[in-house]
Design a protein. Structure first.
Lengths: 389, 65
């Protein structure tokens, strides 16, 4: 870890948009040397995540009065893109951190926002998002894994979320679940303190490509969630989902854009010595580059739209772009591997890592099959959340 | 193996975690996870969890194909 970067007082409390040159230097100096350990040893790049926050990379989705810099969703997508060019697993954690920040930003719980958001925006408090199951249960893909019961002063939550990322002692994450006796379409959304009583995190699985993301199983056993930690009560939840979901899905493009960019670089690098034979491959760098440029332009344009109006009528556009982004990741990573040839199999060669990372973009919620289902459903005239039908 | 033991062994069943696909074989148990061979799913403590994904035994379904 480059301590000088973290200890730089000029970066410690910046609320300005992350300077592109400083961000590049931070990634080159502190993240790039860690990538192999993140991938093969499951090293969690905690110091980098905090330094990135200190440099202002998470502040785009936070209101300026709470530590944001006004850069909007565009700014966090650009930071995620830049990080993912070096390590998509870390780019995913940038998404986790900024998604959690945005869920808070879109909540009406002003006291909680005031308490927590400036710390998440600065990277002092690291945060995850446990909304995969929540979203999939809303879209009638799977049953909710958590159940809440209303009690005096809050809710009691029981169940298990198998895979929540960017967690650790002292971290927080956001999730949501149905409440007994309430409308089945509604949810309660809340912030979980990882050190809460009657709550346990357990490290179980070993992941491909994502082992460094501190992805843990979260077990709730009648865990008390005080009203003060609630982001949206059931009656508010449908409107809340409409505010958070489009931006949540769109922001994931940052991971894909960075990964595709890195794959194109791998192709160009291989062409320096093997263009005479690589020319026979499909999905060449010059073919993918305009697709990447177009996807980046479309993503940033939609990010500006969502920043201005989180419920703008662009859900279908976002789902189609996100689907195309995942598919392009697979094409780019597969082609990068073929361009690199035998050396692509070396553990130190990024091509094989990119291949494993690419499938994550296509599988993380909303996965390719989920996106196709939702696109088909909405094009058939349904609303954007299955349970609202 | 006598016929009584054979009958007992065939009663053991396999269960699959609906979240991650980890299979629990009652006959083999899961010694690495403190479950001796022959431990029935019903006898596993409620606070036990799947070693692959952390869900409880309530998320296991009978593997019957």
């Amino acid at each position: 870890m480059n301590a000088a970067v973290i200890e730089n007082p000029a970066q410690a409390q910046t609320t300005r948009p992350a300077d592109a040159t400083a961000l590049s230097a931070l990634i080159a100096n502190t993240l790039a040397p860690l990538v192999l350990d993140i991938d093969t040893k499951g090293t969690y790049p905690e110091a980098f995540m905090r330094a990135l926050g200190a440099a202002g990379a998470y502040r785009g989705v936070v209101a300026p009065r709470l530590g944001g810099h006004g850069g909007g969703l565009r700014a966090v997508v650009e930071a995620m893109d830049e990080v993912s060019r070096t390590c998509m697993a870390t780019g995913f954690m940038v998404w986790c951190q900024t998604a959690a920040a945005r869920y808070l930003d879109q909540s009406s719980n002003e006291a909680l926002k005031t308490e927590v958001l400036p710390r998440i925006a600065s990277g002092e408090l690291l945060a995850g998002t446990g909304l995969s199951n929540t979203v999939k249960s809303c879209d009638a893909i799977e049953e909710s894994r958590l159940r809440a019961v209303r009690v005096d002063g809050g809710y009691k939550v029981t169940g298990v979320l198998p895979w929540v990322s960017n967690l650790g002692e002292g971290h927080v994450f956001v999730t949501g679940c149905p409440v007994e006796g309430e409308d089945a379409a509604q949810r309660v959304f809340f912030l979980v303190d990882c050190s809460a009583s009657d709550f346990r995190m357990v490290q179980c699985a070993t992941f491909v490509a994502l082992e460094g993301t501190r992805t843990l199983a979260c077990q709730f056993r009648d865990t008390f969630i005080a009203d003060a930690r609630v982001l949206a009560h059931p009656a508010e939840s449908l409107a809340y989902i409409r505010r958070i979901k489009p931006g949540m899905v769109l922001a994931q493009m940052g991971m894909g854009l960075g990964l595709i960019d890195a794959c194109i670089r791998l192709m160009r690098e291989a062409d320096r010595t093997h263009a005479h034979v690589n020319q026979w491959l499909d999905d060449r760098a010059d073919e993918l580059q305009p697709l990447l440029d177009g996807a980046r332009e479309a993503t940033l344009k939609l990010a500006d739209t969502i920043t201005a109006n989180p419920t703008a009528d662009v859900v279908l556009d976002i789902l189609k772009l996100r689907l195309a982004g995942g598919e392009l990741c697979l094409r780019a990573a597969s082609s990068a591997m073929l361009h690199q040839g035998a050396k692509g199999y070396l553990l130190r060669n990024a091509a094989q890592r990119r291949l494993r990372e690419a499938y994550f973009v296509a599988i993380v919620t909303p996965a390719t099959k989920h996106l196709r289902k939702e696109i088909a459903r909405i094009e058939a005239g349904a609303t954007a959340c299955a349970l609202e039908m | 193996m006598d016929s009584a033991n054979t009958a007992s062994t065939t009663e053991f069943r396999q269960w699959i975690c609906s979240t991650c696909g980890w299979v629990y074989d009652e006959a083999a148990g899961a010694p690495d996870h403190d479950l001796p061979p022959g431990t029935r799913l019903q006898d596993i403590p409620d606070d036990w969890y799947c070693p692959e994904c952390g869900v409880t035994k309530a998320d296991f379904t009978l593997l019957d194909f």
